[in-house]
Design a protein around this ligand. Sequence first.
Ligand SMILES: Nc1nc2c(ncn2[C@@H]2O[C@H](COP(=O)(O)OP(=O)(O)OP(=O)(O)O)[C@@H](O)[C@H]2O)c(=O)[nH]1
Ligand SMILES: [Mg+2]
Length: 419
Amino acid sequence: MEQAPKSLRLHIGIFGRTNVGKSSLLNLISGQPAAITSPIAGTTTDVVSKPMELLPLGPVVFLDTAGLDDVSELGTERLRKTYKVFGQADIITLVTEAGQWGDTEKRVVQEALSRKIPLITIVNKCDLAPLSPEFRDAVKTETNGGAVIAVSSSDPAARDRFLNEYKQALIEFCPDDFLVPPPLVADLVAPGDAVVLLIPIDLQAPKGRLILPQVQTLRDALDHDNIAIMVKEGRYRQALDNLKTPAALAICDSQVVDLMVRETPDDMPCTTFSILFARLKGDMAAMAAGAAAIENLKRHGGKVLIAEACTHHETEDDIGRVKIPRWLRRYTGRDDLDIEVFAGCNYPDDLNSYSLVILCGGCMLNRRAVLSRIQQANAAGIPVTNYGMCISYCQGVLRRVLTPFPEALRAFDEVQSCD
Ligand SMILES: Nc1nc2c(ncn2[C@@H]2O[C@H](COP(=O)(O)OP(=O)(O)OP(=O)(O)O)[C@@H](O)[C@H]2O)c(=O)[nH]1
Ligand SMILES: [Mg+2]
């Protein structure tokens, strides 16, 4: 995590009056005493910089500043340093208290709006004065619809709930640049390497074309100067045998994953389009850990949410409505598994009744939307995975197709070893 270059970290500037609890908020978020706090106004003098990893968002750095209303002798110098942070921040967190909205808060909002930096307002010390709906609405109006979150930052018990709400707001409001996805295959193979793509052409395959994940992966391989070979699963072995230099990677549609794994030499990396998309659109490690939680369904049963992003025409052997439920029931040996399917924008607000959430590959969703769904599941403490990972798990080959991704493999093994 410490290796992530600074420019790729989301810089979050924390601003507000002296003594409002900016440093206490930083300490609550980081879960450690990163900044000195005290009841004396003007405790923070220099900017305190705290890098951390905020999953599923990624690497961030918090910049805790001196109060903007500091009128002490050294105040001018402190103000100069604080103002510099406006120039570094990708997102601004304004800390205030219930009912407190004066020149300082207006100045922060003005800086944010004029620099087009997204703003999240934290109403702190809610143990002393709760956030009223009227004040929440007033802040929303003043900040042009920015997020408003209540907290009591001196209370460690408030951490989980607050962090979940805060992360959801960061995912919603952070600039697009910080949602740039990792590559599809470029970091897995070298230019000139052969990559074999296994594409089943079954009844579900759309007439006359390939589906988006296949096209995107093919394009990525070509962009990185790979030799891309596309075959139906029946020609996979022949394609491998015909190559003078062994292929560096095979990628298959999850529905033929057991065939690919059976026919791929042990020392050749292989994976699935779904796994590549878990990384491209969301958080691969979280989804690998989520797949391992299918084991709990075997033991305890439960309710499963299948969330499909698009509202395609339902087919006889529909992946979300028919095939995945069938695989899950067969693997867990539970015919009574309660499976609910939500499609399109339809996504439940409350996930608490579910034991597992299975998202589709998300080819029609952007990274922000998938991360938001993952964070919602994380917040509810519900494991989350995707279609392809679920299929590979039920076929007993997920570990094999995760091997090109050590971090995801670790997350998967950790859950398995806890069982
Ligand atoms: N009751 C209550 N006290 C809080 C809360 N958050 C912070 N405090 C107290 O408020 C005082 C100021 O907190 P700091 O975190 O130092 O505030 P700051 O905004 O960083 O202050 P400066 O660095 O001086 O600008 C400390 O005594 C904290 O313990 C809260 O949620 N509730
Ligand atoms: Mg401080």
